[in-house]
Every structure is written in C-alpha cells, then in structure tokens.
Design a protein around this ligand. Sequence first.
Ligand SMILES: Cc1cc2nc3c(=O)[nH]c(=O)nc-3n(C[C@H](O)[C@H](O)[C@H](O)COP(=O)(O)OP(=O)(O)OC[C@H]3O[C@@H](n4cnc5c(N)ncnc54)[C@H](O)[C@@H]3O)c2cc1C
Length: 391
Amino acid sequence: MANVLILGAGYAGLRAAKLLAKHASQLTITIVNDHPYHYESTQLHEVAVGNKEPADITFSLRASLPDNVNLVVDTVTKIDRDQQRVELAHHDPLPYDYLINSLGFESETFGIPGAEENALPLIDIDTAVAARKHLEETLAHFSQSQDPDDLRIIVCGAGFTSIEYLGELVHRLPKLIDQYHLPADQIKIDCIEAMPKVLPMFSQDLADYAVHYLESHGVTFHTSTPITQIDPGVVHSKDTSYTAHTIIWTTGVQGSHVIADSGYAQKRNRVMVQDDLTVKDHPNEYIIGDVSAVPDPASGRLYPTTAQIAIAQADTAAHNIRAQVSGRTPSKFTFHSLGTVCSLGPTSGVAEINMLGHWKFKGVIVGPLKKLVNDRSVLELANVRTMLESN
Ligand SMILES: Cc1cc2nc3c(=O)[nH]c(=O)nc-3n(C[C@H](O)[C@H](O)[C@H](O)COP(=O)(O)OP(=O)(O)OC[C@H]3O[C@@H](n4cnc5c(N)ncnc54)[C@H](O)[C@@H]3O)c2cc1C
C-alpha cells in the first residue's frame, strides 16, 4: 500500500483527499489540518464584516471526509524531504510515499513597516472574527470618545478581496449605524491602492462599475498611492497620511511559511512546479493550490492564486498519484478558467464568465451567480446536507 500524505484541508487538499479516497484499494490516505474544520476562505470577508457567522462558512472535516481517509488535526512545522516525513507541532512525524502539499496562503505585507502590527488581515476564521470584533467595538466606542477616527475605516489594496470586503461593508453599515446610533454623515471609508487600476483582473468597464457602485455608497478610492508605512491608526503614503482606527489589510497573499522553512526554492513561499505539478527531481511530491506557482502558457505569467485553480490542480494531482501507483504515465496540468465573480455585497457584483463564449455581467444578476459558485464549492467539498445547512 502506498502511503499518501496530504497537508492542508483547504480547497486543494480536501478535494484531493476525496478524489483519492474513491480509488483507495492501493493507498493509505492521511490528511493533516490545523483545525478540525474546513473554512470557505472565499467567504471570509462576509464574516469579517458580520454578514455571516463562522458556522455559515465552516464544516466538519471528519463529517465530510470518507471513512477511509485518516484525519490528523495538528500544525505542520516542517517537511523533511530527505527522510520523506513531515514534522508536526504535537504528534510524531508522519512518513509518506507520496506527498500533496496544499498548505495554502498567508497574509503578505511586502515588508511594509507596521503593516503586520497595525492592520487587520483576512486569512482564516480567527482573523476574520478579530476584524469583525475590532470594527464593531471601534464603532461602538464613538459614543464615548467622539473621536472621528473611530468612524473611519481604511481598506489597504483594491484587488479582489478588498473590493469584496468593501461591498459587504457598505451593505452592513446601515445596520451598524442603527445599532450604535452613529452619525452616518461622519463615517468615512478610504481604499488605498498602489496601482492605478482597481480590480486589475477585470475589464475596465466592470472595474469602473465596481468603483462607481462603491463610491455611491460612500467609499473614496486613492489609486496610485503606494503605502509606505503603517503606524497605529495611521496609513502613510509618500507625503500623505490617512487616519482611521480600523485598518484592513487585503493587499495580497503569499504561500505558507512552511515552504521556506522546509528549504524549497521559492518566491513568496510559492514553488514553481513542473507541468505534472510535481517538484523537480521529486516525482512523489506534489505542490498545489496557493503554495504552487504555475505559468499560464498563453500569457507566460503565473496563474493567479484562486480556489478555482486549487481545485483543478487537486484533480490533476489525485489523477497522477493513481497513475504512478498503477505504473501509468502522469498527465500534464491544463487549466481553463471558468471566469471570475466578484461580489459587491450579497445583491450585486461584477463577473466575467468563460462558458460557451465570454460573458460579462454586472449588477443584481451577479448576487445569485456568486451564491451558485459558493454552493457548488460546498457541494464538491462536503455534501448536499452541508450545502443545504449553510443556506
Ligand atoms: C476574502 C477572500 C475571497 C476570495 N474569493 C475567491 C473567489 O471568489 N474565487 C476564487 O477562486 N478564489 C478566491 N479567493 C482565493 C482563495 O480563497 C484561495 O486561492 C484558496 O483558498 C486557495 O486554496 P488552498 O487549498 O490552496 O489553500 P487554503 O484555502 O488556504 O487552505 C489551506 C489549509 O491548510 C491549513 N493550514 C495552513 N497552514 C497549516 C499548517 N502549518 N499545518 C496544518 N494545516 C495548515 C489551513 O487551515 C487551511 O485549511 C479568495 C480569498 C479571500 C481571502
């Protein structure tokens, strides 16, 4: 029996475990994750503003994994590639014949001083809950302090996660204004972005739609404004400073620090994999999801890190391990993007879809489209019951 060890039960790891379990007669499968639950990281921004509870976007790993997959709840600290074993914080090291490394993403501060200490990232359930608590407590504090900065919110970055966060935030604000008796006209939301364009992955007309939608709900955009430093309550950019007591950090992600700690050749903790998703000279080591770097043959640039590509990579890695165990030739990874859906709160958004042609959508039609994408993800990773319970 070949021993397959999967690290991380996000989109990539969980999908790979479920696929391999269907053909497990020649395999022993173990998955390690630092929590006993899977969380839908594509919906963390909804928890971070309080439009959803953690229970709405998490489900039990044990309940969704097939019985023939062993689950170890622990933190991976290092991969000992020479000994082919993985070191854990609390258990004995786990050996492997085949490794699927899908440890996912962490916040990227780009070395900007103070970003880690003074801004709130959105990377897992704990950070999303912390961001919500901070937002609510800071707004509530205004009635005592009368400090205008308690009513100011800065979102750092204007990429996908920042825009989705802002969309949820402007949707939730009227309820928070009522709850804490806030002066609505004094609330100020600034979005600060180094690049000239908001939502760079979308065509200009859709990016403009998102900007106008958010501006009409009180957001001020500052593009071409690189953040140089963050002090407590202050974001600096060259000669200008912006003050706020809530600063959200959604500028980008890097891969898990375990990648660098384990001695891989990497950039921002992402490893350039071969076209079958293995690591060069290590045909039994697969790296997939946000810890991998895969060039798009069409553009030559790296694919963006998305749940969609993580799931597609899991399909290839699971297929290739089964092929290797059966003495067949592994396949090359190919990817056809189905498109991108960016929500602007629960009832609006922008989308570019690549199915039966290329389609652009904006406005209320994108709300149900996003829900469809989220439901499909839960259905693929958990089961019908979990999908119905999360609605
Ligand atoms: C707010 C937000 C919205 C997004 N929206 C979209 C979207 O609409 N569409 C899209 O395609 N993508 C979206 N993304 C990107 C998407 O979430 C990621 O690309 C995706 O989660 C990557 O999947 P993964 O399986 O590689 O890693 P992850 O989902 O990060 O999973 C990694 C898993 O490993 C576990 N883990 C991490 N470190 C350790 C350790 N040391 N030991 C043990 N376990 C560990 C984690 O707890 C987690 O369960 C969004 C991201 C964010 C933050």
